[in-house]
Design a protein around this ligand. Structure first.
Ligand SMILES: [Zn+2]
Length: 169
């Protein structure tokens, strides 16, 4: 089932998400819906707060469905290691129409549970490392806009406020 994606300004997106206490059929259904919603958007990642549930779950597929092995589901993820620097253009399904260059570590090792509830660890570089970190930010209530500084950030926030007032956000 497709779930509506919340946009910048919705409270759930700006608050830290909670740990998943147990792998239930409801959690499995949510993960399935998140995958479907991510592919339909289409996007390379989606975190549970983006569909209104403040839970520490995200899905990522940098192939956007072209490589069946590229789909990653993380439940209660934690960083093990991060290093390096990369500077790339980034966007977000919750901030449609806006992009900005965001500085992030170029490598990230992440551990957590997979969809079946088994422990997993992934060593990611490049775009996958960026996607993991973008989704980890969502679980802490941070959007890429919050990582920008100065004029660039003010400009995006001001344009979103204007769209909101006009009923177009
Ligand atoms: Zn996002």
């Amino acid at each position: 089932m497709l779930r509506p994606i919340l946009k910048y300004g919705d409270r759930v997106l700006h608050e830290p998400a909670r740990t998943v206490e147990a792998m239930t059929p409801e959690i499995d259904r949510l993960v399935g819906d998140m995958i479907e919603t991510m592919y339909a958007a289409p996007g390379v990642g989606l975190a549970a707060p983006q569909v209104g549930l403040p839970l520490r779950i995200f899905v990522v597929d940098i192939s956007i469905g072209n490589d069946p092995l590229a789909l990653k589901v993380f439940i209660n993820p934690e960083f093990v290691e991060r290093d390096g620097v990369q500077l790339e253009e980034e966007g977000c399904l919750s901030v449609p129409g806006f992009n900005a260059t965001v500085v992030r570590p170029s490598r990230a090792v992440l551990k957590g549970l997979d969809r079946a509830g088994n422990p997993q660890q992934h060593n990611a570089t490049g775009l996958l490392a960026r996607a993991f970190q973008h989704e980890m930010d969502h679980l802490d209530g941070t959007l890429f806009v919050d990582r920008l500084r100065g004029i660039k950030r003010d400009l995006i926030v001001r344009r979103i406020k204007k769209l909101t007032r006009a009923g177009k956000w």
